[in-house]
Design a protein around this ligand. Structure first.
Ligand code: FAD
Ligand code: SIN
Length: 522
């Protein structure tokens, strides 16, 4: 099947849906999403969305906190843009039907998370993301100009490469003409041509064995953009959330929001000793990277598999009223958070880098934008300040929408794009190998490219990855495409970028491997 749309949006989280809603007045929009529409990281966000609303908070304070959390590696211009536009974007979410908790006097009940010097996090109990996702989806479903294709998996972006031209990262004027998309109901690969394409495919937590991210987070958009030769950056800055629930058989790891520490919960060792003051004067509310490293160090010293979060001193009714999801989840595994300490452990949570974009969310490829977790705006630097991700998605999807709708008039559809070439493929009987390889990548990333990294670990990681890469490319060439094999390839691309950029950051001299991607298909 072939289809022409004005705007093609890959992903149905906050970044994709808010962009779609804003451009739908200027053309037909097709939102493609690989699972059910609501199955996004957005839906699982707990803590909330940061924005400056009341005194004594100021933009300058939020800017300072964001830069400090990011180790000053942030792009200050981008930080200023995101934060000065934060209140307008939150107001818009409210106008679109999102409900944030209020105090009895009618003011918003703003909470605090690690690294914030003021209470500035808008939230809906401890399930803010679900509230936002539901509000956006309702508006999308009601919109006459927006089609949403669920269970449709974007495989690759279409560029001049598909017209037979040789394209590499220094080729000038690479353009995006749409994407090849696998319909998972009938296994057909559609050619969707677009004037403007927005990648909003979210994060890549599943490159690690333990992550808070839902299954959909396999870095597909970043990997597709990388294969299309778009610039990527800062991939090595993986954020590990300090407090995921320690429940070894559960995947993904259930998050225990940082807002619980903002509410007064305290990190402790098995023998009930507080330890964070040893590492940072802000104690349990230090920025996440500091807390995650401190927990990692305590676990290594004690040999324990986790530490604890203690809420037992907090007022029980208020605790349950504010954190009903966490209360119910813990109770389901026999932990009563009012009376028992919660076992917690760090887990991969967020990728600060991604597809490099400018202040209008433009990638290095023409007519291709990226927003949300897959994009690297420069807002987060080395470590994202809590609750700045939903904010970043809202701000930069807005800016992308403004830019794209002002320019779409001058962009046409590209003629002569071939359909996806399925020749040479056989029916896929190798499912078990794909699952096995996926686990191998996740294990090597967790073992060698986790919270603590060294040149030796990175070298081991790339040596092992290289073997899996070649095996997978071979399998891919012969296989009928399934989402699983595409995800495996994407995860390998992401792992490679993380290792390569981590090694570069360490100025390692010993890593000379290059992984070339054969491009026989598509
Ligand atoms: P997502 O919401 O993840 O959406 C990605 C979309 O892309 C999905 O629809 C997916 O199916 C689709 N997709 C992916 N690949 C393909 C493909 N190949 N083809 C088609 N579709 C595809 N941030 C905060 O600011 N505040 C918080 O309180 C907070 N809490 C969090 C709690 C948890 C448990 C997690 C996991 C994250 C949290 N974050 C939080 C981070 C934040 O939720 C995400 O960074 C943000 O929601 C990302 O939004 P997005 O639109 O970029 O991606
Ligand atoms: C949390 O609620 O702790 C997660 C917040 C975030 O990732 O920004």
């Amino acid at each position: 099947m072939r289809k022409n749309v004005d705007y093609l949006v890959l992903g149905s989280g906050i970044a994709g849906l808010s962009f779609a809603l804003k451009v739908a007045g200027r053309g037909r929009v097709c939102v493609v999403t690989k699972s059910r529409a609501e199955e996004t990281a957005t839906k699982y966000a707990q803590g909330g969305i940061a924005a400056v609303m009341y005194t004594p908070d100021t933009h300058e304070k939020h800017i300072r906190d964001t830069m400090a959390a990011g180790d000053e590696l942030n792009d200050e211009e981008i930080v200023r843009i995101a934060i000065t536009e934060s209140t307008d974007r939150v107001r818009e979410l409210i106008e679109w039907g999102t409900s944030f908790d209020k105090e009895e006097n009618g003011r918003y009940d703003l909470s605090r998370e690690g690294g914030h010097s003021e209470n500035r996090v808008f939230h809906h109990k401890d399930n803010t993301g679900l509230e936002i996702e539901n509000a956006l989806l309702k508006k999308i479903m009601d919109h006459p100009n927006i089609d949403i294709l669920e269970k449709h998996f974007a495989i690759d972006l279409i560029t001049q490469h598909h017209l037979g031209m040789s394209v590499n990262s220094s080729t000038p004027g690479i353009e995006c003409y749409g994407a090849y998309v696998l319909n998972q109901e009938n296994n057909e690969i559609h050619t969707i041509l677009s004037r403007i394409t927005m990648i909003a495919t979210g994060g890549a937590g599943n490159v690690y064995s333990t992550t808070t991210n839902p299954e959909i987070a396999t870095g597909d958009g970043i990997a597709m953009a990388y294969r299309a030769k778009a610039a990527a950056e800062n991939m090595e800055f993986i954020q590990f959330h300090p407090t995921s629930l320690y429940n070894p058989d559960e995947k993904p790891s259930f998050l225990i929001t940082e807002a619980l520490r903002g509410f007064g919960a305290i990190l402790k060792t098995r023998d009930e000793k507080e330890f964070m003051e040893k590492y940072d004067e802000r104690g349990s509310l230090a920025p996440r990277d500091i807390v995650a490293r401190a927990i990692d160090s305590e676990m290594k010293q004690s040999g324990d598999d986790h530490v604890y979060l203690d809420c037992r001193h907090l007022e029980e009714n208020e605790l349950i009223r504010n954190f009903p999801t966490i209360y119910a989840k813990c109770l389901s595994i026999n932990i009563d958070i009012a009376n028992d300490m919660i076992p917690v452990v760090p887990a991969a949570h967020y990728i600060c880098g991604g597809i490099k974009v400018d202040k209008y969310a433009r990638t290095s490829i023409r007519n291709l934008y990226a927003s949300g977790e897959c994009a690297s705006t420069g807002l987060h630097g080395a470590n994202r300040l809590a609750s700045n991700s939903l904010l970043e998605s809202a701000v930069f999807s807005h800016r992308a929408a403004q830019h794209a709708s002002a320019n779409i008039g001058s962009i046409g559809f590209r003629e002569g794009i071939p359909d996806w070439d399925t020749s040479g493929t056989v029916f896929n009987e190798e499912m078990i190998l794909i699952t096995q390889s996926m686990k191998e990548v996740q294990t090597l990333m967790s073992s060698y490219v986790g919270i603590v990294r060294s040149n030796l670990r990175l070298k081991r990681a790339i040596d092992r990855l290289k073997i899996i890469y070649h095996e997978t490319e071979d399998l891919y060439e012969r296989s009928v495409l399934t989402p699983r094999i595409c995800e495996l390839r994407n995860i390998i691309n992401i792992a490679y970028l993380i290792i390569k950029m981590a090694a570069k950051r360490k100025e390692s001299r010993g890593l000379h491997y290059s992984l070339d991607y054969p491009r026989k298909k598509g």
